[in-house]
Design a protein around this ligand. Sequence first.
Ligand code: APR
Length: 230
Amino acid sequence: MKRIVFLTGAGMSVESGFKTFRGNDGLWEDYPVEQIATHEGWLANPTLVNNFYNRLRKKLYAAEPNEGHLLIKELEKDYDVTVITQNVDNLHEKAGTEKIIHLHGELTKVCSSKDPDDHRYIVELPADHCEVEPGQLAGDGSLLRPFIVFFGEAVPMIEPAAELVAQADMLVIIGTSLVVYPAAGLVQYTRPGTPIYLIDPDDTPTRASGRLTHIKKGASEGMKEFIKLL
Ligand code: APR
């Protein structure tokens, strides 16, 4: 089966009711990214950070995947599909996609702040108890924190993601401004001649722009157009 790798970003979840980060009314317009998405911000005020992600997490449990998520799932019938996502939402999971790599963590999970990648202390929060209380501790006695990769922290899943892009027969980028590295650098791992598609209503500055087919539409309409090209 041909291997299609998707690289998705915040734009993938816009039709499910989530804001992008850098759009005109983007999430970072309302909250200083330094305070809620950096390692320093966490150290300075862990309660503020947990409260921010508590609110986003509550919203997530009520959210539904959109047609774009579902069309990606449907392609699994005829293709070997892997989704590499920068999103921390679980909408690709809710759509039923089998193979997903989360580069920036998962909003439904919390972890140790001593060692966020220590799997013994990574816990999935149930919908009816999805908020972290101030001062709540992880299993190792450190403060419980969101299982999210903050700016300034390592992206442990980037190596397996790069390997998958290097083996892909097709790369489809949906809803990312490609400004955050190392995720944005994944485009460069495609073998020469691998078709690259970009589904995004706006122009996204990427070094691969010469090699890609830009479907200038939102995720759902763009996926419909992409499928027609297959
Ligand atoms: N369908 C598809 N794409 C869309 C839609 C839509 N309906 N609406 C907006 N977009 C596009 C925007 O044009 C933009 O290119 O989605 C992209 C969103 O870009 P960002 O807001 O920068 O989000 P993203 O690229 O995912 O951010 C990367 O930065 O803040 C960190 O860790 C966070 O994972 C995030 C990373």
